[in-house]
Design a protein around this ligand. Structure first.
Ligand SMILES: Cc1cc2nc3c(=O)[nH]c(=O)nc-3n(C[C@H](O)[C@H](O)[C@H](O)COP(=O)(O)O)c2cc1C
Ligand SMILES: Nc1ncnc2c1ncn2[C@@H]1O[C@H](COP(=O)(O)OP(=O)(O)O)[C@@H](O)[C@H]1O
Length: 315
């Protein structure tokens, strides 16, 4: 898969490599609905013997209109993860446009002429609620702007439990710790990546060493609480229990950290690049009277986790 980074206005002599079928969207999360759009585009590309391109943006479009802080600025899938999903769905080209003030100020017709036509799109595929250009034109009008130069295919809403699948719905469920719902809407486990860094070296004294996973500040995370997860180290996935929390038993001012205790495992992980998949939330974070009460709870957490993963106790 080839990635082309583009800024508006495109250089007059910039040439796109080939006619394509073009799927358009921001695709945060690459959820079931997004997958339907890209798969539809892939089938059309195969029928016409054309490569499949995705036109997407380098950051959230809303960033141009307003100050985004906290979770509003964060993503379900960071760029690398998003592009990995695209590649897995058979995308040949990613046309990543820098979404800036001037780009969004184009009229819908200008956007079509400056981008879709320049990209030699033969067919343009997008979800039913996709918009483009400064007047936020709808898919219904795209055929008018196309002026017979390409075909428009609009993919209807994908629904789960009678409700539209959307990035907003997934974000809401993620914050609420409804991981099973998130994973159903994504059609895969919610996953983040990071680096194992040092904490306060307290975990080992409790009998529960925890890998502190430092993740990107722009990564959206599940709400605070205790989770059953799998952690990937060197291509192997290990069952584990994790806490996203402020270690409230040990003070009121701690930052939020992701800490992962792996079962039947004893290796130095500092500096390791890891991935963490979230499977279910088991409880909220609790402030205990002291380390003994926390350890007693961690033992119960471990029992529950071992049952979930069908792991024998080996010590
Ligand atoms: C499964 C799990 C559940 C946890 N639950 C709590 C909790 O309810 N309350 C709390 O204060 N800390 C909780 N912790 C975090 C521990 O306080 C933390 O792992 C310990 O302080 C070690 O910190 P360190 O890695 O900085 O050494 C939990 C950790 C894990 C792995
Ligand atoms: N079963 C395990 N689960 C998680 N980390 C482990 C495990 N066994 C050993 N480790 C190592 O121990 C470290 C965590 O120990 P801990 O005392 O919690 O220190 P820190 O506060 O630096 O995280 C991990 O980063 C990893 O290198």
């Amino acid at each position: 898969m080839q990635i082309m980074q583009l800024t508006y206005p495109l250089a007059p002599d910039l040439e796109f490599p080939t006619p394509v079928v073009l799927a358009m969207g921001f695709f945060d999360g690459v959820h079931q609905g997004h997958q339907q759009v890209i798969e539809r585009a892939r089938h059309l590309a195969a029928q016409r013997n054309l490569p499949l391109a995705v036109l997407t943006y380098d950051h959230h479009p809303a960033l141009v209109y307003q100050k985004l802080t906290g979770d509003a600025a964060r993503y379900l899938t960071l760029k690398t993860a998003k592009y990995e999903r695209f590649a897995a769905l058979g995308v040949d080209y990613v046309y990543e446009v820098n979404y800036d003030y001037l780009f969004q100020a184009q009229t819908p017709q200008e956007f079509v002429d400056n981008f879709i036509i320049r990209m030699q799109a033969q067919v343009v595929v997008a979800g039913f609620d996709h918009t483009y250009g400064e007047r936020e034109a709808a898919m219904d009008n795209l055929t008018d702007y196309a002026q017979d130069r390409f075909t428009v295919v609009t993919v209807p809403a994908t629904t789960v439990d009678g409700k539209k699948v959307s990035s907003t719905r997934i974000r809401r469920n993620l914050s609420a710790g409804h991981i099973e719902t998130v994973n159903r809407l994504l059609q895969r486990p919610f996953q983040i990546t990071g680096t194992v860094v040092h904490g306060f070296a307290r975990g080992r004294t409790l009998g529960y060493p925890t890998a502190n996973v430092q993740y990107d500040d722009l990564q959206r995370m599940p709400g605070l609480g205790v989770y059953l997860v799998k952690m990937q180290i060197n291509d192997h996935w290990y069952p584990a229990m994790a806490s996203i929390g402020k270690n409230v038993t040990f003070g009121d001012q701690n930052p939020v950290t992701l800490e992962v205790h792996l079962f039947d495992f004893n290796q130095n992980l500092y500096g390791k690049q890891v991935a963490v998949q979230f499977l279910t939330k088991t409880r909220d974070e609790v402030k205990y009277q002291g380390p003994e009460a926390l350890v007693a709870q961690l033992r119960r957490d471990e029992q529950e986790a071992r049952k979930f993963f069908k792991l024998e106790r080996n010590s």
